[in-house]
Design a protein. Sequence first.
Length: 629
Amino acid sequence: MASSRTSWADVADAEPAPPPPVTTTAPAAALAPAASNGPARSSYVPPHLRNRSSSAAPPPSSSAGILSRPGAGPSTFGSAAGGGGPGPGTFGGGGRPRGGPRSWDREPDPFANSDPPLPPAGATAPDGTPFEDHQNTGINFDAYEDIPVETSGREVPPPVATFAEIDLGEALNENIRRCRYVRPTPVQRHAIPISLAGRDLMACAQTGSGKTAAFCFPIISGIMRGPPAGRPQRGGGMGMRTAYPSALILSPTRELSMQIHEEARKFSYQTGVRVVVAYGGAPITQQLRDLERGVDILVATPGRLVDLLERARVSLQSIRYLALDEADRMLDMGFEPQVRRIVEQMDMPPPGVRQTLLFSATFPKEIQRMASDFLENYIFLAVGRVGSSTELIVQRIEFVQEADKRSHLMDLLHAQRDTGKQTLTLVFVETKRGADSLESWLCMNGFPATSIHGDRNQQEREYALRSFKSGQTPILVATDVAARGLDIPHVAHVVNFDLPNDIDDYVHRIGRTGRAGKSGLATAFFNDNNSSLAKSLAELMQESNQEVPAWLSRYAARPSYGGGGRNRRSGGGNRFGGRDFRNDSSSFGKGGSRGGGDYYGGSSSGGYGGSSSYGGGGYGGAGAPSAWD
DNA sequence: TCAGTGA
């Protein structure tokens, strides 16, 4: 992926991995990191980067995909594939010697993070905690134990307690070790056995609870032990240069796809499984080259994938695994037509033939109903209170009129600055214009800020994210493009400068903090414009043991004058669709035609009131410590 | 309405 000066945590994570081939061949010229092509505001050098003469910081202009597998020259893929070989496109890895180290000894080490200089000993992360505390091993796994779990569907495979119990294969186990994952998170404990059993899955788990690994591990493992490759049907071939991935992972934003790709590459290291990412806004040529060199797992955003499909550079006929991350978003109004086109109107095998895995932290019932079109005899899994947030995130709601928002934000930032701690603050706004204007206003007022939104070009977006993660620009103003999935360690404070219209978006936004078992703070500015959100907001806060201001309760009690339309989700108790819609007597989705009723009754472990079948009951302080998304 | 996703 884009070589990035990633987060501090990433640096820490990379440390123990195989002796990083630290090629610190930085010419002195590369030292002025920000000076070359990047956006102007870059003369500021964060403390931990100062006085480092040997840093190999890449020019910030480095575009996506520049990490072009150095030295992976004409590998066995290139020749096998391009050489006018047998049938149409064997790029899927047809003749690839899987697992043979032979073709892989030049695979770049995804655990090596050569660009960010290692912090000096005793360095501290922006929140002031020592580096060592930011490793995954520092997570309080015990807090996971009491998480409520609900499963429903037929013959649900039992969960596992350790990675060792699962036969993922030696290479994958080694990568898990390299990632320092000691024990599976709750969603992983349940989802991995289900997926390995070949079952379709709809999984809800809190933000940052390890969902990416939960769907990546079974996919990688399945590809490794599966048939040699997606051998396209004879005659079904699209052309010499068509790629035939075995797995497709879709996500709603480019940056999230990049992140999934980076993680999947770590998990796939030296397994022979090739992961390629494709998203818009970046030159397509590098992505095409990557595809030509062979792809088993394709991570993509919908728009670019449609482009590739139209060009016949990708065929989905060999797909064995389909995963939708942020699945509820992928199936909502904006994305649904495109996703339906990809999944239903191209050459992808139908449900029951392929395996389909849907993951999100939120899953409204109406979306569940729609999603069942993509699934067959699936298992519904809910880990933690679905759609709720961690109790580790302290939520504050303040009544602030529109006109006062800026000065109020300034107060917050000053207070934070006065603590002396260096922290990252993520500020969400409603519109792209609003993001631009707030960013420049902050900068004018002495707070180094940058912004990310859909009107910025991809280089600017990636640069902004890197600059934020590195602490160079400790304030990031963002639209909802940054609301979901992005794992940005050390975000201590999320400010909802403008509240979203949808409570689910709020859940995802505040989920950018309070990760890795650490606490986080989320402050929201509420005023009359947000009255339609009052009820769901108050309920959410109550569920997460937050203090609900009296004035907000009064708002919530008011009959919402908009007709109350948009946010009701499922009314009553479980607003967030924490239960399988198939168990809802009032829900007649497609499930009806599949048997409905007791057909699915199987092994539901009951509602949230009671204890779960695994892990014991009660919520008591059991907010899901988050480690990864 | 807004946000996101291809040129």
